[in-house]
Ligand binder design. Sequence first.
Ligand SMILES: NC(=O)C1=CN([C@@H]2O[C@H](COP(=O)(O)OP(=O)(O)OC[C@H]3O[C@@H](n4cnc5c(N)ncnc54)[C@H](O)[C@@H]3O)[C@@H](O)[C@H]2O)[C@@H](O)CC1
Ligand SMILES: Nc1ncnc2c1ncn2[C@@H]1O[C@H](COP(=O)(O)OP(=O)(O)O)[C@@H](O)[C@H]1O
Ligand SMILES: [K+]
Length: 549
Amino acid sequence: MQGVWTVDHVRSAEERVMAVVPAGTLMRRAAFGVATEVAGLLARHTGGVAGRRVALLVGAGNNGGDALWAGAFLRRRGVAVTAVLLAPNRAHPAGLAALRRAGGRTVTGAAAGAVVAAADLVVDGIVGLSARGPLRPDAAALVDRITAPVVAVDLPSGVDPDTGAVTGPAVRAAVTVTFGCRKPGHVLAAGATCSGVVRVVDIGLGPELGEPDLVLLEPAEVGAAWPVPGPDDDKYTQGVTGIAAGSAAFPGAAVLATGAAVHATSGMVRYAGQAADAVRARWPETVTTGAVADAGRVQAWVVGPGLGTGKAGTEALTHVLGAGVPVCVDADAITLLATNPGLWDAREPDTPVVLTPHDREFARLAGEVGPDRVAAATRAASQFDAVVLLKGHSTVVAAPDGRVLVDRAGSAWPATAGSGDVLTGLIGSLLAAGMDPWLAAGSACLVHGLAAELAARNAPIGASALLDAVPDAIRAVRAAAGASMAAGASMAAGASTAAGVGAAAGASMAAGASTAAGVSMAAGVGAAAGAGAVARWTPAAGDGSVSAG
Ligand SMILES: NC(=O)C1=CN([C@@H]2O[C@H](COP(=O)(O)OP(=O)(O)OC[C@H]3O[C@@H](n4cnc5c(N)ncnc54)[C@H](O)[C@@H]3O)[C@@H](O)[C@H]2O)[C@@H](O)CC1
Ligand SMILES: Nc1ncnc2c1ncn2[C@@H]1O[C@H](COP(=O)(O)OP(=O)(O)O)[C@@H](O)[C@H]1O
Ligand SMILES: [K+]
């Protein structure tokens, strides 16, 4: 799990470190990291470093100071550095002096455009953690002239540091070199796209940062927690997933959500609804009925995709909310709750609920999302006492206990009709397997995005192709987990055990990462993120009961 810290927390950590290191130390560490990245990118992009032209866009604060110091370091490697001073009277004095001593040039005003246009690489030191609002017009005009790759210092200018919101012109970086840790602007909303590849330079903040404000899941931890059957499992013990989705008008949503649950875990999937014929035809391994009341016992329900907002949908939602098992509520079921909040009364107390709205569904349920997606998701999670998964290129998953994770999509291929139905089915099956609802939502999201990338291989896909790639995505995250578990096992085995035995132990752990092991690792991961106690819901042998673990 990687942490992400807000500006306030970064500033507090910086203050504590600055109190014990000589003045200017942090800035020079930061700038050296920028210079190293710039030199590497120049070498890759132009085949060399010395003699290449780098333009520094330098604003009024320390972000510009970082850029100026980086320019001074690059001069030592023979780079032709020109600093464009956007606020000449307020440019960081020590940084400016260092650049000039090293033989760097400065320009202001009308001459700047040509320098930027002719550069082999541009360093964005316009504004960093103090950024408010979009780029100012003078800076925006210069940024428009850039044709070379951009390395952003700390954060692409024009991106809100704490929300990632971009409300006007902003820098689009190939690489962002940030200091100490990732900030929300790197992973949320449009800021995630503007940041490009994010490199974190260690400037010694680590011990002072404390608990992260947001976390990102790693493929290996999702793979380690993914439920797979162990030797003592049968089709019931792994958790039975119930799907209440689809209608005569929208049978496809039922087929997709059910298929996701079939692919996600072994066990059993029950389908209940008006699309039973279509589901049975496509997924003969499911047990189908026409109504949720006749479905039999499940350990989690999925409700909503293609369900419709009429009487049948209302009855299905009412039934599953009262079933006493975790529920993933999506699509039409969200609309039903938005238009008739009284339906929440059907919820059995303490039933874990995962809501999976896109922005328009969120607006119906809880008001406009607004620029701060984390604040919106957190507010709704608290309001509904539910995990809220707010969809998008960067998906935010907020738990009612305050935990927030972000899934920064590797691509936009999931933006295809029906892909949300697949995501819902994945979440439902992880809930049925007993996974903590917040981790279930985050893990499903990561696998969903990976499946889209694997399926697309650079060409558009439909949701059926995404669904077909789910097993490969699960294999990929489990392989990532197997590698790290194998490494851990052989290290633990120590000198007295042959390396081969350690590796073999790792391999069998990877193969047999049972539901129980997966869930307890997941719980550990949650605790490591500073989440406090993680509620665990353990399926009890197919009898429909749920207990807090
Ligand atoms: N505090 C520290 O210890 C360290 C700070 N570092 C650097 O310092 C940066 C923060 O520096 P500052 O707090 O001086 O502030 P910035 O350099 O981020 O901003 C400077 C000024 O830019 C103006 N500004 C705000 N929004 C703008 C916009 N949209 N367009 C144009 N100008 C805008 C404001 O007047 C602001 O005060 C970090 O991002 C990082 O690059 C690093 O050197 C590492 C150490
Ligand atoms: N631009 C994008 N980049 C990455 N993922 C996206 C993008 N747009 C949407 N998604 C993802 O695709 C899925 C779409 O879900 P949803 O809007 O419910 O579609 P549908 O109702 O058609 O199934 C969600 O998982 C969402 O996060
Ligand atoms: K910047």
